[in-house]
Design a protein around this ligand. Structure first.
Ligand SMILES: NC(=O)c1ccc[n+]([C@@H]2O[C@H](COP(=O)([O-])OP(=O)(O)OC[C@H]3O[C@@H](n4cnc5c(N)ncnc54)[C@H](OP(=O)(O)O)[C@@H]3O)[C@@H](O)[C@H]2O)c1
Length: 343
């Protein structure tokens, strides 16, 4: 059994890590942190976990965390960069669900995240944890930067087209929608039921923090400059995310459906749906799957890619466990084969 620690155990991604790891045959959560709920049992905060954990929230010391094989940071940005280096030095593997190690250009990171980076060497070392793209590097990694939710849905939908030069990389549009849990559990007026229910709105139109992450990810697959317009929206549901993506086709002779099916033919967690079908967020609710479908409306020069994930699952915690499995030399899908919940 591998010993697992979680920093930030009361947040939504921390709770989702706990839910999935409760049934993982090779991982045992031994430390779960919270400053606000220190001393309370896990079941007191998350009754769905009653009977699965005999564990209380604590504020662990580095010595206590150093007894873990792997520690997840399910914390806001700025936390992991201050604590991960010491754990790495003590031989602990680290997965950060936050943004501290995702962006290689730390000046760019500082611009978007409003603080100076404090762990420059670790940023260079970190492997971006999109397993379908970086599996072999993740296998060797001590430190994995788990991707953001929008960047996961977006990159899985666009990389097959970018890498095969099917679309113009300088003219991409991502129109994306997220459920409210994407904003986390902290009290925040716009996320209250009365504010977000029966409402639909865009945000971050002038610039969202996931934009540089998506651009950096796509740039790995082309020598051309990426031109991206990214507009996220908030939809009144708890979980789920869809990225609807538009690209201008360069080569109209290519069978795009066949290209996607071939690109992901060995990927268990990416489901390329049959031609003409529409992926639904509820089909991946609570599951580590990404469902994709592709269209070329009216046989025109635009391709439309629809990509759905659960923001808390493939967009965060189950993808982090997929990375954990790879880093620990376990079977990649171990503990992750649960299907989406419908209705
Ligand atoms: N929500 C999503 O859909 C989603 C998807 C992908 C990635 N992410 C990323 O994952 C991370 C966690 O997101 P979340 O939605 O789970 O957040 P959240 O619900 O706001 O929870 C944050 C957790 O971090 C702890 N925490 C806050 N400040 C801390 C500090 N300085 N030191 C130690 N612990 C601290 C909090 O507990 P205490 O304050 O009690 O210690 C809480 O347990 C974020 O970086 C977020 O951007 C979220």
């Amino acid at each position: 059994m591998f010993k697992i620690g979680i920093i930030g155990g009361t947040g939504y991604t921390g709770a989702e890590l706990l839910r999935i790891l409760a049934n993982h045959p090779q991982a045992e959560v031994t430390i779960i942190s919270s400053r606000a709920e220190c001393g309370k049992s896990v079941a007191e905060i998350y009754p769905n976990l009653r009977g699965s954990y005999n564990l209380s929230f604590s504020v662990p010391t580095v010595d206590e965390l150093a007894l873990c094989d792997l520690v997840f940071f399910a914390t806001p940005h700025g936390v992991a960069m201050n604590q991960a280096p010491e754990l790495l030095a003590r031989g602990v593997k680290v997965i950060d669900l936050g943004a501290d190690f995702r962006i290689k250009d730390t000046d760019e990171w500082a611009k978007w995240y409003g603080m100076q980076h404090s762990a420059l060497a670790e940023v260079s070392e970190a492997v971006y944890g999109l397993p379908e793209i970086n599996r072999e590097k993740i296998r060797q990694a001590r430190l994995v930067a788990n991707p953001g939710c929008y960047p996961t849905a977006a990159q899985l939908g666009l990389i097959p087209l970018i890498t095969n030069n099917i679309i113009d990389p300088s003219d991409l549009i991502i129109d994306a929608k997220s459920g409210v849990s994407g904003a986390g559990r902290g009290a925040n007026v716009p996320m209250l039921l009365c504010e977000s229910s029966e409402n639909f709105k865009s945000y971050g139109v002038a610039g969202h923090r996931h934009l540089p992450e998506i651009v950096q990810g796509l740039e790995q697959h082309t020598s051309a400059k990426i031109g991206l317009t990214f507009v996220p929206h908030l939809v009144p549901m708890i979980r789920g995310m869809q990225a609807t993506m538009y690209g201008t086709i360069l080569d109209k002779t290519v069978d795009i459906q066949a290209l996607f099916e071939d690109y992901y033919k060995d990927e268990f967690f990416v489901d390329v749906m049959p031609e003409g079908s529409l992926p639904e967020t509820r089909s991946v609710k609570g599951a580590n799957f990404c469902r994709i479908s592709v269209f070329r409306p009216q046989d025109g020069n635009k391709v439309v890619v629809l990509s759905v994930i659960d923001n808390l699952a493939k967009g965060a915690s189950t993808q982090a466990i997929q990375n954990m499995n790879i880093m620990l030399g376990l079977e990649e899908a171990l503990g992750l084969t649960a299907l989406g919940m419908m209705p």
